[in-house]
Design a binder for this molecule. Structure first.
Ligand code: ATP
Ligand code: MG
Ligand code: MG
Length: 547
């Protein structure tokens, strides 16, 4: 069974890796520990996991820690936590660092220099860029290996002289593919490294380290985003020039979403400017942010696999992925009720039998008994939302959901607002014939949250805040040169006070529910004001924009 086996994804793509052998595939996810993972990283991580599983192989996580300027150990921990949030569990033995290979990388650089495949260069940066652009050779290109080696020694020692130099691979001066024009493979950085401290003063570039470490680590298939496609020949050149084991590249398109920044640097900016509450802000496209907003791992996985091998670099709509998410949460999200607090309308049921309130046990989900049960209070004093009370007229028959029909006997209005309603139950009425079906909540007549006499205190109404969010930026697709500052959406958080039924007391932070007739929400814990906060989960219909 040496042939690549393929699976069909949701979108019908045959996803497979060329030359993959069952049990022998190794993939890797190579994050730079310089920030939190975002949804683009999630695509890379989930695809790596998918292929490793498909071929019963393994997936490693390699921290690409070759730039001490940006990287910290703290970010390594958070990235591993983020992977866990994605359902990508990696054993500690599968976590490696590019820095683990610094000794071999130094040796291989020296080998390349000795064999005339690399040279030291001190051409000033701007000029080097111009020469590479024009296809002009550096004056040092033909320096003899001994003098380049001596420069490399200076670089490794981090001397002032050494700091002026870099090492370049001797590939081509004027190849049509500019990535092949003698790329830099080593440069000096005097900042201490978060793992190796001050041992090294010169660091390999990504272009040099990535193919080498992939090869040394036994990676069989390196998944890369296709903006590196121009660099694929360079990747293969490094491996061949240094006589290393071959690695296959499988490239896929970089993920972009409209109105969304997927760059650690820009996300850092939003955090620093306090435009969001942190890296797990529900407005953020970070793994933490979207999870907090109610995105499930299953939806992420389905979405990423549906993207599959697509090479198109486009800005996707958020609707698609939220719609996939909705399909996953809808069959299992328990249903509760909440009414907006502003201008609540007290309604009385004039023919309610007796004085005592009654508790009925109802399913939390009408089509899925496994979701469990809830308790609802039936009583003569109920609350209606202003919009619902507004929508019915005197004499009209309407439906109280989970109860039955009622006729609006009296409706009192003041200044355009309904202030009270009287209803007469008409339970034999046909619920299919009413125009409006309303949610309602039993309440005490004295406007307190307390439940009617004789009812469990834990069924009392719960003060909540319903939260919704807008995109952080006003521009659909940011372009090169655009300054984020000019495109910050002025208001991105919307809070609506509401009262929820007492059953929401049983929820834990992170639980996903539906407030019927309002949408899906994820319970986010108690806010600073003590009210329980529920974050609206976009369902693909309103694109996640607050109404
Ligand atoms: P950022 O600009 O956000 O820092 P990066 O590519 O520099 O992104 P890395 O930590 O180096 O971040 O990326 C780790 C892996 O995730 C790489 O394999 C990279 O190709 C992949 N990746 C990063 N961003 C995206 C994206 N938007 N879509 C798909 N894959 C991505
Ligand atoms: Mg990077
Ligand atoms: Mg980047």
């Amino acid at each position: 069974s040496t042939k690549a086996r393929t699976n069909k994804t949701a979108a019908g793509f045959a996803l497979g890796l060329e030359g993959a052998e069952m049990g022998k595939v190794k993939t890797r996810f190579p994050p730079e520990p310089s920030g939190y993972l975002h949804i683009g990283h999630a695509k890379a991580a989930l695809l790596n996991q998918y292929f490793a599983r498909m071929y019963q192989g393994e997936m490693g996580v390699r921290f690409d820690d070759t730039n001490p300027t940006k990287e910290t150990a703290e970010f390594e921990d958070t990235i591993l936590e983020d992977l866990k949030l994605l359902g990508v569990e990696v054993s500690t033995s599968s976590v490696t660092h590019t820095s683990d290979y610094f000794p071999q990388l130094v040796e291989l650089c020296e080998k390349a220099i000795k064999e005339g495949k690399a040279y030291a260069d001190d051409t000033e940066q701007m000029r080097m860029r111009q020469e590479r652009f024009d296809g002009v050779a550096s004056v040092h290109r033909d320096d003899d290996p001994a003098s380049s080696l001596a420069r490399f020694e200076d670089m490794k020692a981090g001397t002032e002289e050494g700091s002026r130099w870099c090492i370049r691979a001797k590939i081509s001066v004027d190849d049509n593919n500019k990535a092949m024009r003698d790329p830099v493979i080593y440069r000096v950085n005097l900042l201490p490294h978060h793992r190796t401290g001050t041992t090294y003063k010169a660091y390999p570039t990504y272009d040099f380290a990535c193919p080498i470490v992939d090869s040394l680590e036994g990676v069989t298939h390196a998944l890369r985003t296709n903006e590196y496609r121009d660099r694929n020949p360079q990747y293969q050149w490094m491996i061949t020039a240094l006589g290393l084991r071959e690695v296959r590249i499988w490239d896929f398109s970089r993920l972009n979403f409209i109105y969304t920044l997927l760059s650690k640097r820009k996300l850092h900016w939003f955090v620093n400017e306090k435009l969001v509450r942190g890296w797990d802000d529900p407005r953020f496209p970070t793994v933490r942010g979207i999870r907090r907003r109610g995105m499930t791992v299953e939806a992420l996985r389905q979405f990423m696999l549906a993207q599959g091998p697509s090479q198109a670099i486009v800005s996707l709509e958020w609707d698609t992925i939220w719609a996939m998410n909705k399909k996953i949460i809808d069959p299992i999200a328990p249903r509760f009720w909440a009414v907006e607090e502003a201008d609540l309308v007290p309604a009385s049921i004039i023919n309610f039998p007796g004085e005592a309130a009654e508790v009925k046990v109802l399913p939390r989900h009408k089509k899925n008994a496994e979701v469990g049960e809830k308790r609802s209070i039936y009583w003569k004093h109920i609350l209606l939302e202003q919009v619902d009370a507004h929508a019915v007229s005197e004499g009209e028959e309407t439906t109280l959901m989970d109860w039955g029909n009622a006729i609006v006997k009296r409706k009192v209005e003041e200044g355009g607002k309904v202030t009270s309603v009287e209803l007469e139950l008409h339970l034999e009425g046909d619920v299919k014939k009413t125009k409006l079906k309303t949610t309602w909540l039993s309440a005490s007549p004295d406007n307190t949250l307390a439940p009617p006499a004789g009812i469990d205190a834990d069924l009392a109404l719960v003060p909540t805040t319903l939260l919704d969010f807008d995109y952080l930026i006003t521009k659909k697709k940011m372009e090169e040169g655009d300054d984020v500052k000019d495109f910050v959406t002025p208001q991105t958080e919307f809070r609506v006070p509401a009262l929820a039924d007492g059953n929401v007391r049983t929820l834990n932070k992170g639980d996903i529910i539906q407030f019927e007739r309002k949408g899906y929400y994820i319970y986010d814990g108690e806010g600073a004001d003590g009210r329980r906060e529920f974050i609206h989960i976009p369902d693909g219909r309103a694109a996640g924009i607050a109404s």
